[in-house]
Design a protein. Structure first.
Length: 142
C-alpha cells in the first residue's frame, strides 16, 4: 500500500483536475468552481455568514467576499442582517436554479471518474481516491 502521506497529494490532484474539467461548464453558468462550492455550502448550511463559508471551505475571507459579491450581483445570493455584525448569506430562487445545475456538474464529474475506474460509490475511500487519481495522472510506475 502506498504511504498514507500521499493522500493529501492525491486529493490535491483530484481537486485540480475537477477544476480543470468543470471550469468551462461552470463558466457557461457565469460561475467558476470556487463560486459553485460557495453556492453549495450556502445551500447546505442555513443562517451561514461569509466568515463561516470561508472556514467551511478553508478559503481566504477576501476570496469569499469577492465571490459572494459576484453572486449577489448576479442575483443568486442575498445578504441579510442578523444579530451582531455579520450578514446572513442565502440563496435566491434564481440562485437555487443555478445551484441545481452546479450539483449536476459536480455529481456527473464524480460519476464519470468512478465509472472510468469501475469503482462503486460504496468502495473504501482511500483506495478509491488513489485509483481515480491514477486515471487522471496515468501510471507513473512504468
Amino acid at each position: 500500500m502506498k504511504d498514507l502521506g500521499y493522500l493529501a497529494q492525491d486529493i490535491s490532484i483530484l481537486h485540480r483536475q475537477y477544476y480543470k474539467d468543470t471550469g468551462s461548464q461552470f463558466e457557461k453558468l457565469d460561475l467558476n468552481p470556487t463560486a459553485a462550492c460557495i453556492l453549495l455550502t450556502i445551500n447546505d448550511h442555513q443562517n451561514i455568514n461569509q466568515s463561516q463559508i470561508a472556514r467551511e471551505l478553508v478559503l481566504d475571507k477576501g476570496m469569499v467576499a469577492r465571490q459572494i459579491k459576484k453572486l449577489v450581483d448576479n442575483g443568486w445570493v442575498t445578504k441579510q442582517p442578523r444579530p451582531g455584525k455579520s450578514l446572513e448569506v442565502s440563496l435566491t430562487d434564481t440562485g437555487e436554479q443555478v445551484l441545481n445545475q452546479a450539483q449536476l456538474i459536480r455529481r456527473k464529474w464524480w460519476e464519470d471518474r468512478f465509472a472510468q475506474t469501475g469503482i462503486k460509490a460504496d468502495s473504501p475511500i482511500i483506495p478509491s481516491i488513489e485509483k481515480v487519481v491514477q486515471t487522471i495522472i496515468g501510471d507513473t510506475k512504468s
